[in-house]
Design a binder for this molecule. Structure first.
Ligand code: ATP
Length: 251
């Protein structure tokens, strides 16, 4: 067990946004978080990452209430890549990725060899080494997205939360990013809209509809025509891809 939630509920201004969400995620799992726009995926990621407190229920990390874990300890362990990460403009790519090392550094200490190695590794993992000295403001949307992932990887997390990480990426980098996440060996929770990526790269899928969990299990069991019709209001057929995974054809 790494991350788990019990009967998590959260709302704003009397509107229930997440209701009774319970999930228990085994170490090393790539969990795809699916659901229509507004179903609560980003809200759940923030609650699970400890950035927001639930109104009811609890999030635990290795059995400890996440609300009782200090910010710095949590940041050494858990990284979140949000959809629209705010970043100061007047910085380089390397500066942004270096920020990921902050929780590991002693106050006023310089950069260690381990910090530099983590930044080098993270830039290489997202194929952005050539941009190391580029100013952040010249990057394209997809390049920024990859740098934000590198910042999270430089943090050396055991749990990685990603909110629609393939947005803005060209197809090559979408596939590379999904493959990278799947082979990192971390516990990754990834909000996704591409159901075929979910089928191809995730071990387990959790489907939200209007703030409630409506399906939870391996892709083959979750991605059924009935569920896709009920939750996403689409008709589809399935093919088997050569690796035996489901491939969805939308009608
Ligand atoms: N801070 C907030 N204040 C008011 N409403 C909010 C807040 N955060 C989220 N919501 C509402 O909660 C619902 C769920 O939002 P959330 O961003 O979690 O959905 P999502 O599944 O990630 O959506 P999308 O696929 O469009 O990114 C939406 O109706 C949204 O407007």
């Amino acid at each position: 067990m790494t991350i788990a939630s019990r009967n998590l509920s959260w709302g704003v201004g009397g509107k229930a946004i997440l209701q009774d969400v319970s999930v228990d995620i085994a170490p090393g799992t790539t969990l795809g978080l699916l659901g229509p726009n507004g179903s609560g995926k980003s809200s759940l990621l923030r609650l699970l990452a400890g950035l927001r407190r639930p109104d009811r229920g609890q999030v635990t990390l290795d059995g400890r209430d996440i609300a009782r874990i200090g910010r710095r300890d949590l940041a050494r362990r858990v990284a979140l890549v949000q959809q629209h990460a705010a970043t100061q403009m007047n910085v380089t790519v390397e500066d942004v990725v270096m920020l990921g090392r902050t929780p590991h550094r002693a106050p006023l200490a310089g950069w260690t060899a381990a910090d530099r190695a983590a930044v080098d590794r993270a830039l290489a993992q997202v194929d952005m080494t050539a941009f190391r000295h580029a100013p952040w403001q010249v990057l394209s949307g997809g390049e920024r997205q990859r740098v934000q992932l590198a910042r999270a990887l430089a943090q050396d997390p055991r749990e990685l939360f990603l909110d629609e990480p393939t947005n803005h990426l060209d197809i090559q980098h979408q596939l590379e990013l999904m493959r990278l996440i799947a082979r990192l060996g971390l516990t990754s929770i990834v909000a996704l809209h591409d159901l075929n990526h979910a089928a191809q790269f995730c071990d387990r899928l959790l489907v939200l509809d209007r703030g409630r969990v409506v399906a939870d299990g391996p892709p083959d069991q979750v991605l059924t025509p009935a569920l896709l019709a009920q939750v996403f209001r689409v008709d589809c057929d399935f093919h088997r891809s050569p690796d035996g995974r489901r491939h969805i054809l939308f009608r």
